[in-house]
Design a protein around this ligand. Structure first.
Ligand SMILES: N[C@@H](CCC(=O)N[C@@H](CS)C(=O)NCC(=O)O)C(=O)O
Length: 214
């Protein structure tokens, strides 16, 4: 299995963790977002959206969108499960994941940065304020959702890591790659610390990737 990705790509980070948790071997092919390689004709032939990750298996068409990939990996490799069995618990996990995947991450992508700098004249400070605002909003929402909910355990849902933890960890450490630290999120800090102890999470970290510039 090959994944087109980038060390800092939060969406690729999520897929790396899921594959590691399932113990599925993969090779990552780097696409440098800082150089705009996602818009090369070669990559647009793989994903016309110009976004990472893309997962390639044999001669099949590429699969894209990290939420679809997490579900695909879960269904294709059922052990260990990354979603609970109980229907309401599954919905809670997907809802927590969506705070990161759907409502936070899309706002801080390179294409949004490009648009804001071109059309609204954003400079580096304005972009940083924008990024900080949306990382904080996402992580504080997750804190509010997790802190007092009896369904929260060692991890987001009970005591087993799953899709919500994958998304939380990638969001939190994604903020870290930009040196953004959000204060007063103790439940999030605690769950992230538990995730970081697991090799599947730690090995997927941006700083552990071959294309990490150091
Ligand atoms: N919803 C997509 C988001 C994909 C996405 O935006 N990926 C980023 C990297 S994390 C990207 O490739 N962005 C390229 C750009 O914005 O130009 C997913 O979860 O896979």
């Amino acid at each position: 299995m090959d994944i087109y990705g980038f060390w800092r790509s939060q969406a690729t980070f999520r897929v790396r963790i899921a594959l590691n948790l399932k113990r599925v071997a993969y090779r990552e092919i780097p696409i440098d977002l800082d150089k705009g390689e996602q818009y090369s004709p070669e990559f647009l032939a793989i994903n016309p959206q110009g976004a990472l990750p893309a997962l390639i298996e044999d001669a099949a068409s590429p699969l894209t969108q990290s939420s679809a990939l997490l579900e695909y990996i879960e269904e294709r490799y059922p052990t260990p499960p990354l979603l609970p069995k109980n229907l309401r618990e599954r919905a809670r996990v997907r809802s927590l994941a969506a705070v990161a995947i759907s409502d936070t991450h899309p706002l801080i992508t390179p294409r949004v940065k490009g648009y804001l700098s071109k059309t609204a004249g954003f400079d580096a400070d304005q972009w940083r304020a924008w990024q900080t605002n949306w990382f904080s909003a996402g992580l504080k929402t997750l804190e509010a959702r997790l802190a007092h909910d009896p369904a929260t355990g060692t991890f987001c849902q009970g005591d087993t890591p799953g899709i919500a933890d994958i998304c939380l960890y990638a969001l939190y450490e994604g903020a870290g790659t930009f040196k953004i630290k959000v204060d007063a999120i103790p439940a999030v800090d605690r769950i992230v610390a538990h995730c970081a102890k697991l090799p599947a999470f730690a090995d997927a970290h941006p700083t552990r990737q071959a294309d990490y510039p150091g």
